[in-house]
Design a protein. Structure first.
Length: 532
């Protein structure tokens, strides 16, 4: 590679450490020091790619180590995507530079098609679209491999092979294709979806239905059109899935789903009942500074258990249900996860509210949730999750109505605001609460030379003040989460709801100690980056 790597040894250290875990068949764990590395070493994306390409068979001889580097690659890409989402152009440029480098390596014949697919899978996991230059390189790779068509001529035989490899599981088939086909041209992905729908095979048609949740609108459109042609042969389960995901798609796309449903019903297809399911335990993490929250569910599956997870971050960012495992293995995996983010047991009503809100955020953005959300819903035995955004003022009013009147007197409110940085239940999550966007960086740059108290006051009156509703919503969500805990835990959801209300009503941020701490933490984080 042409790039210099000042921290190559640290990248190798983490890759080797991860390889040991992977070789034991255990899931990798992101420790605090690893997260710090991922956040502070964005250019190590090139070293991670080089390590994966070097060690991945058949060119290399250490698959576990190669996957260790790939795990680092995904983590580094995710952190870059987080910064891109916040408007940092330097992160977007680095992602483009990385994809151009991978494409150049493919063009030069230094990496093969499978390695290119692994990179596409890493981009898919990080929720980063493949760039045109990487898609072009992937397309050429297919041509060079004498695969100018995305599927062999005998499409039925090819699809039978795919389905057999996935044991007829449509979620596994589509999930695998979305990952390895991330860098394929959209046309090829459309062809694959159409081939599934029109193959005449029930399992393939079931997989085609799931392509209605593909992240690419053109693929969803192709899936809708071709599934409609085979609507009379849909299974009752297919129809149930179509009805479940109808409102998970942008409003302008729902008419096509309605047409499929009408054709299927006219052909006499009955809607299947949801499978038997449920959850023995449900828990959720606190909400970090990026707005992310993870939900963890453990469901019965005969004598075994299924672990499901949903990650929300301005929408449904990820969702999955794993294969059934023994209770001992699941308990060992959960114990070894070393989560440093606080978690609470949650109710089903809380879960449904969170899912509905984040589905609404997806719809508002013109997106669809990940395919795994449907699988999680089926694992639960049915979930009528309809997009419904939580309105800040209405939700706040509902919470405030539950707070004792004595806490709402002016003097009591003033005391809560003055002591809000020490509210029970915020530690250690509030360490992630700071501002991170280009406006703040520019404000910090222009504010150099001011003493710290003056810089704090300036931030609270300018850049942070412009984001008061975002912080009010985050505190509201945290208060709702805290309210899930038993009263004896003493979590301060009432006080945090009062802080959220003060922000929403335009209260001077200088009076809110929690906001002053966020300003101080913002200054410290940006100062550390400037000296990195």
């Amino acid at each position: 590679m042409s790039q210099a790597h000042s921290k190559l040894s640290l990248t190798d250290h983490y890759a080797r450490k991860l390889a040991v875990t992977l070789a034991k068949g255990q899931p990798p764990v992101r420790s605090p020091d690893l997260d710090q590395y991922l956040q502070s070493s964005p250019r190590e994306i090139f070293a991670a790619f080089a390590g994966a390409a070097c060690h991945m068979p058949p060119a290399g001889e250490n698959e576990a180590l190669a996957f260790g580097y790939l795990f680092l690659m995904v983590g580094l890409l995710e952190h870059l995507r987080y910064r891109t989402d916040s408007g940092h152009t330097d992160a977007a440029k680095l992602i483009a530079e990385f994809q151009a480098e991978v494409a150049a390596q493919a063009e030069a014949g230094r990496i093969d098609g499978p390695m290119l697919a692994y990179v596409g899978g890493a981009l898919h996991q990080a929720k980063i679209p493949a760039s045109p230059v990487l898609i072009a390189a992937s397309e050429k790779q297919h041509v060079n491999d004498d695969k100018s068509e995305p599927l062999p001529a005998d499409i039925r035989a090819a699809l039978s092979g795919f389905l057999e490899a996935c044991s007829g599981n449509p979620f596994e088939l589509v999930g695998s294709f979305l990952e390895v086909g991330h860098a394929l041209p959209v046309k090829a992905r459309c062809t694959f979806a159409a081939g599934l729908a029109l193959s005449g095979m029930p399992d393939a048609l079931a997989a085609a239905v799931l392509f209605l949740l593909d992240p690419e609108p053109a693929v969803r459109a192709t899936a809708s059109e071709t599934v409609a042609q085979a609507a009379s042969t849909l299974s009752p389960t297919d129809l149930r899935r179509l009805i479940a995901i109808r409102n998970w798609r942008p409003k302008k796309e729902r008419g096509k789903v309605d047409a499929i449903i009408r054709r299927a019903r006219a052909a006499g297809v009955d809607c299947a009942q949801w499978p038997t399911g449920g959850a023995e335990t449900m828990s959720a993490t606190a909400i970090d500074g990026s707005g992310a929250q993870a939900v963890l569910l453990v469901s019965p599956a005969g004598r075994k258990k299924v672990v499901s997870s949903v990650l929300t971050k301005g929408g449904i960012a990820d969702a999955w249900s794993n294969e059934p495992e023994t209770r001992r293995k699941i308990e060992a995996a959960l114990a070894g996860s070393n989560l440093d983010t606080p978690m609470l047991a949650i109710s089903r009503s809380y879960l449904d509210r969170v899912m509905a809100h984040n589905l609404a955020l997806d719809i508002d953005a013109g997106d669809v949730p990940p395919l795994g959300l449907l699988q999680v819903a089926e694992t639960l035995g049915g979930a009528d999750w309809q997009p419904a955004r939580m309105k800040l003022n209405d939700t706040l009013a509902g919470l405030i109505a539950e707070i004792p009147e004595a806490m709402l007197k002016p003097a009591a409110i003033a005391k809560v605001l003055q002591t809000s940085s020490g509210l029970a239940g915020l530690d250690p999550i509030q360490e992630s609460w700071f501002e991170d966007d280009p406006d703040i960086a520019r404000t910090m740059s222009s504010g150099r030379g001011r003493n710290r108290p003056k810089l704090v006051a300036y931030l609270l009156q300018s850049a942070i003040a412009r984001h008061r509703n975002r912080w009010a919503e985050l505190f509201l969500r945290m208060a709702l989460w805290m309210r899930e805990a038993p009263p004896e835990t003493g979590l301060s959801w009432c006080e945090l709801a009062i802080v959220a209300k003060a922000l929403a009503e335009g209260r001077d941020m200088g009076e809110i100690r929690l906001m002053r701490d966020i300003a101080l933490r913002t200054i410290a984080v940006h100062a550390d980056r400037a000296h990195a």
